[in-house]
Design a protein around this ligand. Structure first.
Ligand code: HAM
Length: 406
């Protein structure tokens, strides 16, 4: 839990640095909240049940739909942009493996009300900085755009059904299978090869060349270019890839999408996913632009551990050891006073010899041991041993808080 609390605190601090405010929604929602966009097919991937009142309920698989539901119910009048962040447990009826759990935790956010390039650049930069600030070194940011991808599909005159068949293959980067499928759909080899090249290139000028006949897509690409420029110039985020093969698994995305992966993890390496999406009007609210992302909390911890990140540990400032039963009361009093001075203090509660108590103190990695014997009480002082240096000193009891703080 110390590691988890460290990560949580670090993520929270970065969200707050960007002006986001925390929100919390319930663990379960109506099943309909999740089927509204994705259809009944999603039920297989959810934990859902009928409650005693006959209501169809689901444990939330993510928090975007719940946050937008809450926005529509309670927050529509708030000034824009509304910047919300959250931590929450999520549940997916998945096949568990390392980094993929049936219950896991997400840290995420949603921004409601702005679709300017600077809003998107800030969002992407924040996701990147959250992971960097937490201590991760080996991460890769990939940015795509679903509108550009769908215009590429249109170029090839692919029906919705065919697109639906291709998307999971593109998502898994199974490009040979994509090529085979395109051949089967009677797309000529040159067009299929071009399409695949566009999915894999990170050269935005090549993409512009490819879609230049389509004006609205060109606008979308220029916006993407602007976002990348701001990322580089204003946020100092330079090591990203443009990747049109980023399609995201969820059904509500539109336009810009992005993912961040841990380069040294295996199959479950995706730490963060997000983008622009539309849900407000589906839930009965007045449409505003929305975007957000979520970070897999458990996976990010695995990534930190894999990088051998040294998590900060909380050390006890002082361990007070009464030499005998006559000094127990004074020892408790001293510990009490240290705590009143905002220090972390513990007292030996086992009535054991000093050497055993010292051994225990050193196993707790405490900073100081404070030994209280009858002589010390007589002189109104204590013996303080700095456990890191081994240095031992006699300190007046009233000076103990200052000494330990120093
Ligand atoms: P997602 O990509 O489904 O997006 O999940 C976000 C992150 O949660 C993933 O990148 C991954 O790290 C983690 N994750 C997903 N499934 C599991 C699992 N079974 N076990 C452990 N970790 C997992 C969303 O959920 C969107 N709501 C993100 C978003 C927010 N888009 C816009 N706003």
């Amino acid at each position: 839990m110390q590691k988890r609390r460290y990560l949580e605190q670090s993520i929270k601090e970065t969200f707050e640095k960007f002006g986001y405010k925390e929100i919390q929604t319930p663990t379960f929602e109506t099943l309909e909240l999740f089927t509204a966009k994705s259809g009944e097919g999603i039920i297989d991937e959810l934990y859902s049940f009928t409650d005693k009142g006959g209501r169809e309920i689901a444990l939330r698989p993510e928090l975007t739909a719940p946050v937008i539901r809450m926005y529509v119910e309670k927050l529509q009048m708030e000034p824009k942009p509304l910047k919300l962040f959250y931590f929450g447990n999520c549940f997916r009826y998945d096949r568990p493996q390392k980094g993929r759990y049936r219950e896991f935790k997400q840290a995420g956010c949603e921004i409601i009300g702005s679709d300017t390039p600077e809003a998107y650049a800030e969002l992407i930069a924040m996701a990147y900085k959250i992971l960097k600030n937490a201590g991760l070194k080996n991460i890769q940011l990939n940015i795509g755009n679903l509108n550009i991808l769908s215009s590429m599909f249109k170029n090839l005159k692919l029906s919705e059904d065919k697109q639906k068949y291709l998307i999971p293959l593109i998502d898994k980067a199974l490009f040979e299978d994509v090529y085979d499928a395109l051949t089967e759909f009677k797309i000529n080899p040159k067009d299929a090869t071009n399409f695949l090249e566009m999915l894999q290139t990170d050269d935005i000028n090549k993409i512009i060349e490819y879609v230049k006949s389509d004006k609205s897509t060109l606008e979308e690409i220029n916006k993407l270019k602007e976002i990348l420029k701001i990322l580089k110039n204003s946020f100092d985020v330079k090591d990203y890839n443009v990747k049109l093969s980023i399609v995201r698994g969820l059904d509500y995305y539109k336009g810009i999408v992005f993912e961040i992966e841990a380069t040294n993890l295996g199959a479950e390496k995706q730490l963060c996913g997000g983008g622009a999406y539309e849900l407000i009007s589906l839930f009965g609210g007045k449409e505003f632009p929305t975007a957000g992302f979520a970070i897999g909390f458990d996976r990010s911890l695995i990534a930190l551990e894999t990088e051998k990140f040294v998590f900060p540990t909380q050390r006890i400032d002082a361990y007070v050891i009464p030499i005998n039963e006559d000094t127990i009361e004074k020892s408790l009093e001293i510990a009490n006073e240290l705590r009143n001075n905002n220090l972390k203090a513990d007292v030996d509660l086992m009535r054991r010899g000093v050497s055993k108590a010292m051994k225990y103190a050193s196993s707790l990695n405490v900073k100081n041991a404070i030994i209280i014997g009858p002589d010390e009480i007589k002189n109104n002082s204590a013996t303080v041993k700095d456990m890191d240096t081994g240095k031992q000193e006699t300190v007046k009891i009233e000076n103990l808080p200052k000494h330990i703080q120093g």
